[in-house]
Design a protein around this ligand. Sequence first.
Ligand SMILES: *[C@@H]1O[C@H](CO)[C@@H](O)[C@H](O)[C@H]1NC(C)=O
Ligand SMILES: *[C@@H]1O[C@H](CO)[C@@H](O)[C@H](O)[C@H]1NC(C)=O
Ligand SMILES: *[C@@H]1O[C@H](CO)[C@@H](O)[C@H](O)[C@H]1NC(C)=O
Ligand SMILES: *[C@@H]1O[C@H](CO)[C@@H](O)[C@H](O)[C@H]1NC(C)=O
Ligand SMILES: *[C@@H]1O[C@H](CO)[C@@H](O)[C@H](O)[C@H]1NC(C)=O
Length: 160
Amino acid sequence: MEVFRLLFNFLFLLPFIKAQDYNVINFGAVGDGNTDDTQAVRAAMAAANHSHGGRVIFDAGYTFLTGCFNISSNVILDVRGKILGSINASNYEIIPLLPFYGNDTHDGGGYTNGMTKQPLVYSYNANNITITGGGVIDGNGPYWYDCRYKDQPPCAPYGR
Ligand SMILES: *[C@@H]1O[C@H](CO)[C@@H](O)[C@H](O)[C@H]1NC(C)=O
Ligand SMILES: *[C@@H]1O[C@H](CO)[C@@H](O)[C@H](O)[C@H]1NC(C)=O
Ligand SMILES: *[C@@H]1O[C@H](CO)[C@@H](O)[C@H](O)[C@H]1NC(C)=O
Ligand SMILES: *[C@@H]1O[C@H](CO)[C@@H](O)[C@H](O)[C@H]1NC(C)=O
Ligand SMILES: *[C@@H]1O[C@H](CO)[C@@H](O)[C@H](O)[C@H]1NC(C)=O
């Protein structure tokens, strides 16, 4: 009887259970805009993935300098502060070209051997992703733009 009631409560309450929180600071992120928080950010994303979803929080008042990371299914990316793209090319994985890139060689073959650099915020084969929070995702565009058009390392041969 007791067990039955517990089971009933569990099933009934299931849809109302809040997504678990994963604050990147709890995974070692510093958020001072200078420290490389890539590993901490990826660890938080991996923890959310491990529990099949959750809310990954980038708190207000911080700037998290990070390389690329993947968002898995059922993850809420809660950007209250700022995510700033690292300018360290090693912090960006090399991944196979996605179909939507087409056979784009207008920039002189930057997409070499069917590979390219992973975008800063990336997701593949996932569903039910939310990006919210009212903060900022800053890819550090001017740095990469210059890098690309001057065609020199670290942009060549990837990342263009
Ligand atoms: C992200 O996922 C892709 C597969 O879609 C993988 O190739 C890449 O290494 C992953 N990147 C990171 C930073 O884990
Ligand atoms: C999530 O975890 C699964 C199982 O370990 C793994 O195959 C997948 O690459 C992970 N996805 C991301 C985005 O980390
Ligand atoms: C979508 O993800 C959110 C956050 O993890 C979760 O609360 C919700 O149950 C998910 N919805 C579905 C249909 O899986
Ligand atoms: C760039 O990132 C790589 C891999 O995370 C790291 O080993 C290297 O020390 C970083 N370089 C700089 C200049 O921070
Ligand atoms: C890219 O080029 C190859 C070889 O010419 C062709 O088979 C393929 O369909 C092309 N892909 C796209 C997305 O246009």
